[in-house]
Design a binder for this molecule. Structure first.
Ligand SMILES: Nc1nc2c(c(=O)[nH]1)N[C@H]1C(S)=C(S)[C@@H](COP(=O)(O)OP(=O)(O)OC[C@H]3O[C@@H](n4cnc5c(=O)[nH]c(N)nc54)[C@H](O)[C@@H]3O)O[C@H]1N2
Ligand SMILES: Nc1nc2c(c(=O)[nH]1)N[C@H]1C(S)=C(S)[C@@H](COP(=O)(O)OP(=O)(O)OC[C@H]3O[C@@H](n4cnc5c(=O)[nH]c(N)nc54)[C@H](O)[C@@H]3O)O[C@H]1N2
Ligand code: SF4
Ligand SMILES: [Mo]
Length: 717
């Protein structure tokens, strides 16, 4: 079979630099993947023909270009000296410093002594370049990505259940369901355009939101299931038990397409509804009603996000959702599916191409044939491919504490704000001999800790592709020149490859559009087969292309305007073609509330105008007006009353690890005994507890024990 590299390609992209051209680009924030028109000197605006967003965008999309103009954009490489002063370097000096320091550490302490952290916000070509350069070129063993903070539980859940990390849905399913569950997802804030599609649905009979908070999303649901935080697993086992006992299951589907159902049935029979009700706070009658909605629904879909993934048992909870879909045959048909919604614009690209947990293109490091295939396609020596996956993020940090890892290279993520338990993270950074941070802005919490800072171009200033939540590949475009000496991450990687002395392994990696076909060719015969996309020009339409899109398939000539879903033939990716029921005994939450720390802290997105650590969104004067600029804590009125606290008052929220000052927002939307603080403020993760799902190693950001008290004069401000 010809590899795509052997076919003819279109000339390099027609991106403009300074000219006034209007072109289409997929938004660089959330994984919805809205199509925007972007103009060099103007604004971004949604594209009416865009299949995903049909002419709508959230405020972040409209403001996407504005944030490129901020005064703290990195314009030159910088080196910090022992006294903490910054010095401007030329790129030649910076790359020399990078290679010299990392090579010296590698020689002294071995290949496990240098690690990298990447991002689901970079285009696929850059994500793949970082992982390939680090592992195949520089000989680095361990690297991970911010998608660990976000999608790891869904990845593991799908891999174990389906045999591959494959979200099965297309967005049309949002509008085709008659019964739709949103679990741990505040869609109206986190994915506003997907939310608007649900609101437009003509088929929806019942919207059920499972969230301990009465979020903006929950407020308009037909049923808001305000369960005790972290009790989802028991709730779904309880619902499964009712479905089983009433014989509301799809025996035909179970027998033909799944395995391990009988063991699962025995497992859920051990969960009495009284027991489940006591744990979840949801009455037996309501649990029965939820089961009945699933039974009477013709097209039932379950969508989940961080309320599920970020948990001490996120994988099993996601699988409990998958099990409900499998046992009722709600998969592979329009309007159905156990559907994980992705977070960042290219989290899906990171899942397939980061070369960290899985080998480039959805392969396995441990599989000899997979390593041979990748080596052959990339024209690199087989021995340069490690035989084991990387350590997950928290193991990398623990490796730094143990002194095994001495240097860290961070690209496109801001862990000195976003990583769980900041006290620990700062301790980690203090132990590093060398920290390199590559970011658009030189003032991020993480960049300020760096020994070497490399200025990167951002979205709007570079080319590449991203893969959205429904597996749709689209282009991001360069319409502006990056400020000063900043260059695309892709260019930084090229420069490093040359200076490191491994440039020959990357001779085909000349530009993103030259690399894309190489990456597509690698996916041949994998579930994420992209070999039908031969050039960027095919992605030029307002439609993009969903995977799988194999060169061989008839679908190749039809980048369809209706979405495609997986498993319509009931065949899953395990060797026997069957999906698995995976289940476990529930585990206790990892930090128990005590008399000293009586409240449970929930964290998450605060508004549609704030993005993560706000390095970008805080630079827009429009977005800044749409959300509080400083940290606030939401408290139930009864708790505020008991603590004798007034709205607007400054309070101290404290955990066993740290404390913050916050303005008090009194609201019945949080459950009694719980507090909510948005993740967008750098103080938030001072409080969080470093607990992880044992299967996915994803941090459990939404559960720790805290206390609350007024700020007293002697506390200082
Ligand atoms: N405006 C904006 N949009 C974003 C982002 C952003 O920063 N800002 N980030 C993007 C990214 S990367 C991601 S991952 C997504 C995240 O999107 P979401 O997951 O929708 O956002 P979160 O607010 O983190 O969490 C969702 C809900 O989980 C609930 N929750 C907490 N604990 C539990 C529990 O035990 N069970 C259940 N069922 N629910 C629980 C919280 O109350 C919260 O309302 O958003 C994406 N979109
Ligand atoms: N308490 C709590 N903490 C959380 C969460 C939570 O719910 N609660 N959610 C977690 C989740 S789901 C996520 S995804 C993480 C996100 O955590 P982060 O990844 O740390 O958050 P961002 O602010 O998106 O950081 C991206 C960084 O990359 C930079 N950047 C943007 N584009 C580019 C580029 O093209 N090139 C380069 N080199 N840099 C670029 C930005 O300036 C920014 O500094 O946070 C996690 N942290
Ligand atoms: S919904 Fe997401 S993809 Fe669409 S404009 Fe907003 S941030 Fe961008
Ligand atoms: Mo995320």
């Amino acid at each position: 079979m010809t590899t795509l590299r052997q076919r003819t390609f279109q000339p390099a992209s027609r991106a403009c630099t300074g000219r006034q051209t209007t072109i289409h680009s997929v938004c660089g924030y959330c994984a919805t993947g809205c199509l925007l028109t972007v103009q060099g000197a103007g604004d971004a605006a949604p594209v009416p023909e865009g299949i995903v967003n049909t002419g709508a965008a959230c405020p972040k999309g409209w403001e996407a270009l504005t944030v490129l103009e901020a005064a703290d954009r990195g314009t030159h490489p910088l080196r910090r000296d022992e006294r903490g002063r910054w010095h401007v370097l030329s790129w030649a000096e910076a790359i020399h410093e990078f290679c010299k320091r990392l090579q010296s550490i590698g020689q002294r302490f071995g290949p496990a002594s240098v690690a990298f952290l990447g991002s689901g916000q970079l285009p696929t070509e850059e994500i793949a370049f970082l992982g390939s350069l680090a592992k195949f070129g520089m000989g680095i063993l361990h690297g991970d990505s911010n998608t660990r903070q976000c999608m790891a539980s869904a990845v593991t859940a799908y891999e174990q259940a389906f045999g591959f990390d494959a979200p099965p849905y297309c967005y049309d399913d949002l509008e085709l369901s008659d019964v739709l569950f949103l679990v741990g997802s505040n869609l109206s804030i986190a994915h506003p355009i997907l939310w608007s599609r649900i609101r437009k649905s003509r088929h929806l009979r019942r919207l059920i939101v499972v969230d301990p908070r009465r979020t903006e999303t929950a407020m308009v649901a037909d049923e808001h299931v305000a369960l005790v935080p972290k009790s989802d697993l028991e709730l779904f086992y309880g619902i499964a038990r009712v479905l089983l006992e009433r014989d509301w299951i799809d025996r035909g589907f179970i027998d033909a397409h799944t395995r391990d159902f009988d063991a699962f049935a025995r497992h859920v029979r051990t969960f009495s509804l009284e027991q489940v009700a006591a744990r979840t706070g949801i009455s037996p009658a309501r649990i029965e009603r939820l089961a009945e909605w699933i039974h009477t629904g013709e097209r039932v879909s379950f969508w989940w996000t961080m309320g599920v993934n970020q948990s001490h048992q996120g994988v099993r909870t996601a699988q409990a959702i998958i099990n409900l879909a499998l046992m009722t045959g709600n998969i592979g048909r329009p309007g159905t599916g156990p559907n994980s919604i992705t977070g960042q614009c290219n989290a899906m690209g990171s899942r397939l191409f980061s070369n960290t947990t899985s080998l480039l293109g959805g392969h396995k490091f441990t599989d000899h044939q997979h390593r041979e295939k990748v080596a052959r396609h990339l024209e690199i020596p087989l021995e340069s491919i490690p035989t084991q996956p990387s350590w997950p993020y928290h193991r990398i940090l623990e490796g730094i504490v143990r002194g095994e890892i001495k240097a860290l290279w961070i690209v496109g993520t801001n862990p000195a704000h976003s990583w769980i338990h900041q006290g620990f993270f700062r301790d980690v950074v203090d132990r590093l001999e060398f920290l390199v941070v590559q970011d658009m802005y030189s003032t991020t919490e993480t960049a300020r800790l760096a020994h070497l800072y490399l200025p990167a171009a951002g979205w709007g200033e570079k080319e590449g592709t991203v893969i959205n939540s429904e597996r749709r590949v689209g282009r991001v475009r360069r319409v502006r020149k990056p400020p000063g000496e900043a260059v695309a991450d892709f260019t930084v990687f090229r420069r490093i490859a040359e200076a490191w002395g491994c440039g020959r392994h990357f001779k085909h990696w000349t530009s993103p559009d030259a690399v894309f076909p190489l990456l597509a060719s690698l996916t041949e015969e994998r579930p994420c087969d992209l070999t039908g996309i031969q050039s960027y020009d095919q992605l030029e339409t307002a439609v993009g292309i969903q995977w799988p899109f194999p060169a061989s398939a008839a679908v190749r000539d039809h980048p369809s305007t209706t979405g495609r879903r997986l498993f319509e033939d009931g065949r899953f990716y395990h060797a026997d073609g069957r999906a698995r029921f995976v289940f476990d005994a529930p585990r206790e939450p990892l930090e128990i509330r005590t008399e000293r720390f009586p409240y449970r802290l929930l964290t998450g997105r605060g508004s549609a105008a704030q993005w993560h650590t706000q390095t970008r969104t805080a630079k827009s004067s429009v977005l800044r007006q749409m959300a509080p600029t400083s940290v606030y804590v939401e408290v139930h009125p009864e708790d505020a009353c008991r603590e004798a606290l007034r709205p607007g008052q400054t309070v101290i929220v404290e955990s066993a690890r740290g404390r913050l000052h916050a303005s008090l927002a009194v609201t019945p939307t949080v459950p009694r005994g719980s507090l909510f603080i948005p993740m967008h403020y750098p103080e938030t993760n001072r409080l969080t507890h470093a607990a992880f799902d044992p299967e996915s190693h994803q941090p459990s950001y939404k559960d720790c024990a805290v206390r609350l008290r007024p700020l007293e004069p002697w506390d200082g401000v």
